[in-house]
Write a protein that binds this ligand. Structure first.
Ligand code: PGA
Ligand code: ZN
Length: 402
């Protein structure tokens, strides 16, 4: 058994050039585990608190480090419990969700290496799920709006999703890459900007959300795929980031608008269609259209097992976004995954709009057998890194029949 020997924190940059935390955990067997923390722009109000003063964040890492030195890194739950009880607050405001997460994930990385296991395998053991390893189907955010772009599109993400069938991850990724490049040509021909938004998708100045959907359908057809069969559309409305949904859905109320929208376009998934506290609205919408598409809680749940338990009781959604930085420890992230799995919900592991080059979420998606992953467009290094790691994991699984 190896033990934690030393811990080092440093400040690095994320993809928006904001400062963020990276932590190295060294073991006495010479192994180094590493993790870094992404950041959202359209954050849910129930997310774990972040310490933005980086000197303070580093100081807090050192405070916590002294408590877990000498511990066995494979005891993830025990270590996370120590981190949580030292913070002592519900929202992790004393020491910071970002500080706690960097330590939690770096410990996990170190343990996997020390055990000579691929990271996803170690995560799979910690998760204790019956679902075997599987590659997630990617949801590619190829048109960016909302808080991720300076255009006027209210909806935050317009995604294309290859059919979640038996095809390999590699094939699905290549469909995404093909459509991304075709969309660039389509937008260019229409005279639109082909500059990229925060998540690597295009950020054209279109007249309406519907126009973005039309262009995507046209691009899919132009590439000889059948919309709705080969490739579907997914939206992240990020409703809590929209000041007022009324003019957006006018003259309909939001639920009637969404019902109409999914009958007009080949949409398979709606994320955060309503505000994060509108439990009743969510339950109504889920009852209305949840049998035909995914109703996905992101800001609604913030990867928080307690909020998820409330949502399950109220039948608020049938799918959940999993972002470790929303909750702050790996243990709680895996609790949320287990709870969602038991409730029969669809699991979507996700990046943040401000990302580092870390590929942890790729291993998390495979280790938890998540059905989907959201990690942006297949463009920009910090997004492509996650897709490329999934290619490696698929290759590993094919070679090892794991
Ligand atoms: P964020 O957006 O990382 O800016 O919060 C991602 C999302 O809402 O899914
Ligand atoms: Zn979202």
């Amino acid at each position: 058994m190896s033990v934690i020997k030393s811990i080092q924190a440093r400040v690095i940059l994320d993809s928006r050039s904001d400062k963020t935390l990276e932590v190295d955990v060294w073991l006495d067997d010479g192994v180094r585990g590493r993790a870094s923390v992404p950041a959202g722009a359209s954050t849910g109000i129930h997310e774990a608190a972040q310490i933005k003063d980086m000197d303070q964040a580093k100081h807090n890492v050192n405070t916590l480090a002294s408590l877990i030195l000498g511990q066995d890194p494979s005891q993830q739950e025990q270590i996370d419990r120590t981190l949580l009880s030292t913070d002592g607050t519900e929202e992790k405001s004393a020491l910071g969700g970002n500080v706690i997460l960097a330590l939690s994930l770096a410990v996990c990385d170190a343990a996997a290496q020390s055990r000579h296991l691929p990271l996803f395998k170690h995560i799979q053991e910690l998760a204790g799920l019956k679902t075997g390893s599987r590659l997630p189907t990617p949801m590619f955010n190829i048109i960016n709006g909302g808080k991720h772009a300076d255009n006027s599109l209210e909806f935050q993400e317009f995604m294309i999703v290859p059919a979640a069938d038996e095809r390999s991850f590699r094939e699905k990724l290549m469909i995404g890459a093909d459509l991304f490049q075709k969309l660039r040509a389509v937008l260019h021909k229409m005279g639109h900007s082909i500059a990229l938004g925060d998540e690597g998708g295009f950020a054209p100045r279109l007249n309406s959300n519907e126009e973005a959907l039309e262009i995507l359908v046209q691009t899919i057809e132009g590439a000889n795929y059948q919309p709705g069969r080969d490739v579907t559309l997914a939206l992240d409305i990020a409703a809590s980031s929209i000041a007022d949904l009324t003019p957006v859905t006018y003259p309909l109320d939001s639920n009637s608008y969404y019902k109409k929208l999914i009958s007009t376009y080949p949409i398979s998934s709606l994320e955060d269609p309503l505000a994060e506290e509108d439990w009743q609205g969510w339950a109504k919408l889920n009852a209305l259209i949840g049998s035909s598409i995914l109703i996905v809680g992101d800001d609604l749940y913030t990867t928080n097992p307690k909020r998820l338990a409330m949502g399950i009781q109220q039948k608020a959604a049938n799918a959940i976004i999993i972002k470790p930085d929303q909750i702050g420890t790996l243990t709680e992230t895996l609790q949320a995954v287990r709870l969602a799995e038991r409730a029969g919900m669809t699991i979507i592991v996700s990046h943040r709009s401000g990302e580092t080059e870390s590929t942890f979420i790729s291993d998390l998606a495979v280790g938890t057998g998540a059905a989907f992953i959201k990690t942006g467009a297949p463009a920009r290094g910090e997004r492509v890194a996650k897709y490329n790691q999934l290619l490696r994991l698929e290759e590993f699984l094919q070679e090892n029949q794991a």
